[in-house]
Design a protein around this ligand. Structure first.
Ligand SMILES: CC/C=C\C/C=C\C/C=C\C/C=C\CC/C=C/C(=O)SCCNC(=O)CCNC(=O)[C@H](O)C(C)(C)COP(=O)(O)OP(=O)(O)OC[C@H]1O[C@@H](n2cnc3c(N)ncnc32)[C@H](O)[C@@H]1OP(=O)(O)O
Ligand SMILES: Cc1cc2nc3c(=O)[nH]c(=O)nc-3n(C[C@H](O)[C@H](O)[C@H](O)COP(=O)(O)OP(=O)(O)OC[C@H]3O[C@@H](n4cnc5c(N)ncnc54)[C@H](O)[C@@H]3O)c2cc1C
Length: 664
């Protein structure tokens, strides 16, 4: 536009090396270079334009997504992109598509649950996209309760086949992404039945559509489930409905790493836990945590830049009004979200490590860390997606009226993001899994079994149950030991209180149901402790770059003290801290906001998002918001004509009629 950087003064205030922070954010120099190169490539390519999405009808929108996915694949092949680069390209194209499920769930399900032989047969086809797959688990009647799924896979020893069938309306597959219009195959979850016996839910590779003309194969009824929340948004995805009428598949299409059915129809279980059938969900939950930091940082980047541009009230002697970012209330809403974005980034990095570690152990039949990996992925998926969905909406409000415009990028980001609180496990259902894990850990404390990993803090249970914080001045809250002790004792005391209350029930399951709201709060406290402690651990690493460590320390303290303030009811009622100490934490938080304020723009610049990816006039890099908003308004299709279509039918007759009434 005018070529001026309207945020230049803000950028000049930064007290740290932004380029070094970009590398910390990306995870490594290599990751930064890949991300930077691919994001620019996508931004520069008109084939990946996305600003017209909210205006398109469903058919047009969907066709456009098909075009982009095919074009993305063409570019991946032409440019010989590596797997890492291709994944980055899909990420920066920023449009939910069937490819997310193909690469994100179908391929991992075969890798995780297929035998070597099955992997050799199916993966090359999937890698070349000669087949396109989805993940068909959820049904109309059951999503959370996987054991309640009704689709059946009955072994027929006569033909050496499974017969896949949908016995009821509620057994219809419902929701799988990519299923509605695109997938040729699916990993379909169904109850395995051999010789009249039900062996529970297992995964099967089922071909759904012809590879010749894309028509559904005999016995298959398939379609899209309809429009979802928001314009554009997740409607680029063909979430589907699917029914089977006695569809036959060869026996070797049951994913047989965990259990097998022999030619004679004998059911056999390997010595791996049956929970590995759920392994794909553990994998995806882990990626969702990393994705939460991307979505939240994007919203925060928009809200922070706009808060520095926007001025309201406070003009002195005819001078400029105050930047809204200087209001303490704005900082108190915005900076904890900025800190959360960094916190989720680092816990996401750690969770990726944990997942890799558990996968390597599984290869050598060491299943000992699987329960913890399940609890961590489930809990962190839940806590980070809830905070991110709420955070995106808060960023919209932080941008005032303009945040409600589609051109702010925030409505679409919110609409695309909110289902993350539901998919891959409803957040409450997942927290209840964490609570079960915690109750088990507490119940084993007396047995001499040492808690390990993320529950190792419970090893000092006597201390944590009676310790009192020794914070006396606001600055004392800057000590990692003070923060950790408060968070550990809060989490431990909440879990122990639940465990004690559970003993009052003769039926433990009844007790668990009755106390479930308290159990969820205990699970949240445990997960928040993990996030805080992983941020603190990150700060123990070597962090190069002028001033970078200081900024991260400030953000870590903001994240922890904001949580402490928000959940002070927990900390006070469990006696971990006093009212005076809670108030000191709040004093410290205010001074941390002042420390972050001059660095705020640079801290969001460190995300290194292109204007294309942000898709937001309010968040544009140069801060030249008003001319861009004004120009964009005139491009709205409603402004194609000065007098709107429909004037002669609906406005003119009304005005004429009112004129007659007025004359009377
Ligand atoms: C547009 C986006 C673009 C890019 C985004 C980038 C990244 C994001 C990537 C992808 C996102 C994109 C699209 C989303 C696609 C969405 C897909 C889906 O939603 S797939 C369907 C997911 N469904 C669920 O998550 C269902 C939730 N339910 C369950 O997981 C389980 O049934 C439940 C955990 C509730 C367990 O139920 P329950 O009946 O109590 O237990 P069960 O008897 O089955 O098992 C008991 C035993 O097993 C342990 N356990 C349970 N789950 C696991 C597991 N996964 N791993 C290991 N162990 C497990 C459980 O703790 C218990 O153990 P104990 O007996 O107590 O020891
Ligand atoms: C956009 C989107 C994409 C999806 N993609 C796929 C896909 O590709 N493949 C696939 O298989 N599935 C997919 N799903 C389905 C998704 O995994 C399920 O919707 C999800 O697991 C939640 O299950 P549900 O719908 O059965 O919710 P329900 O379990 O019916 O939840 C309804 C309410 O009941 C509560 N509740 C349920 N059980 C309990 C309990 N035990 N205790 C306390 N409260 C409880 C929940 O907290 C919630 O408030 C997708 C869903 C969405 C929204």
């Amino acid at each position: 536009m005018d070529g001026i950087d309207h945020l230049a003064d803000e950028r000049n205030k930064a007290q740290f090396d932004v380029d070094a922070m970009k590398i910390v954010w990306a995870g490594s120099r290599h990751a930064f270079e890949v991300s930077d190169r691919i994001s620019k490539l996508v931004a520069a390519d008109p084939g990946f334009r996305k600003d017209n999405r909210p205006m398109l009808g469903r058919n047009e929108l969907f066709k456009n997504t098909l075009r982009k996915a095919a074009y993305a694949w063409k570019r991946i092949i032409e440019l010989h992109l590596s797997e890492e680069e291709a994944a980055k390209l899909r990420f920066y194209v920023d449009e939910p598509a069937y490819t997310d499920l193909h690469w994100g769930m179908f391929v991992p399900a075969i890798k995780g649950q297929g035998t070597e032989e099955q992997q050799q047969k199916w993966l090359p086809l999937a890698y070349k996209m000669q087949i396109i797959g989805c993940y068909g688990q959820t049904e109309l009647g059951h999503g959370s309760n996987v054991q309640g799924l009704e689709t059946t896979a009955t072994f027929d020893p006569q033909t050496d086949e499974f017969v896949i069938h949908s016995p009821t309306l509620t057994s219809s597959k419902w929701w799988p992404g990519g299923l509605g219009k695109v997938s040729t195959h699916g990993v379909i979850y169904a109850r395995l039945i051999t010789d009249g016996r039900d062996h529970g839910v297992h995964g099967f590779i089922v071909q759904l559509r012809s590879l010749e003309d894309h028509s559904p194969l005999p016995g298959i009824t398939v379609g899209d489930i309809g429009m979802k929340f928001g314009n554009g948004a997740y409607n680029t995805m063909d979430n589907g409905v699917l029914r089977f009428d006695h569809v036959r598949i060869p026996r070797d299409q049951m994913l047989m790493r965990v259990s097998q059915v022999t030619r004679e129809g004998k059911y056999m279980q390997s010595d791996v836990p049956r929970q590995l059938v759920y392994g794909t969900m553990v994998y995806v939950r882990q990626t969702i945590v990393a994705d939460a930091s991307c979505a939240l940082s994007r919203a925060v980047c928009i809200a922070t830049r706009y808060s520095a541009v926007r001025r309201q009230f406070g003009s002195q002697d005819g001078g400029p009004e105050s930047q809204v970012i200087d209001y303490k209330t704005q900082q108190n809403r915005l900076f904890p979200l900025l800190a959360s974005a960094y916190a989720f980034r680092f816990v996401g990095e750690w969770l990726k490590w944990l997942y890799t570690d558990v996968t390597q152990r599984l290869q050598t039949n060491d299943f000992s860390t699987l329960p913890e990996a399940h609890a961590c992925t489930a809990g962190l998926k839940s806590v980070t997606t809830t905070a991110t969905a709420d955070g995106i909406e808060e960023c919209r409000k932080l941008c005032g009226g303009h945040g409600y415009l589609c051109t702010s990028g925030l409505p679409e980001l919110f609409a695309v993001y909110v289902p993350a609180c539901t998919y891959e496990g409803d957040n409450i259902v997942l927290l209840l899994q964490v609570a079960r894990f915690l109750m088990k850990t507490v119940s084993q404390l007396g047995s001499g079994k040492k808690p390990v990993g993320t529950t190792s803090y419970m090893g000092q249970i006597e201390h944590l149950m009676q310790c009192r914080s020794n914070v006396q001045r606001a600055e004392d809250w800057l000590k990692p030991s003070a923060i950790l002790e408060a968070f550990e004792s809060r989490a431990a005391r909440m879990s122990v209180a639940c465990a004690q209350n559970l003993t009052k029930f003769t039926n433990p399951e009844e007790g668990f149901a009755e106390l479930s709201a308290d159990l969820v709060e205990a699970a949240v406290a445990h997960c928040q402790l993990i996030i805080v402690s992983k941020f603190i651990e990150k700060l123990l690493q070597d962090i190069p770059g002028k001033g970078v460590r200081e900024q991260l320390e400030a953000l870590c303290n903001i994240y922890a003290l904001f949580l402490l303030h928000k959940h002070q009811g927990d900390f006070l009622s469990t006696g971990c801290i006093t009212a005076k100490q809670a108030s000191l934490a709040n004093d410290q938080l205010r001074s941390l906001y002042s420390q972050v304020r001059p660095n705020a723009i640079a801290l969001v610049d460190a995300f290194n998002y292109t204007d294309h990816f942000l898709g937001s006039i309010l968040g544009c890099y140069d801060g030249n918001v008003y001319p861009k908003l004004y120009e964009a308004a005139w491009k709205d299709p409603l402004n194609d004509s000065v007098v709107p279509e429909g004037y002669h039918e609906y406005i003119r007759p009304l005005l004429k009629q009112n004129l007659r009434t007025a004359r009377l």
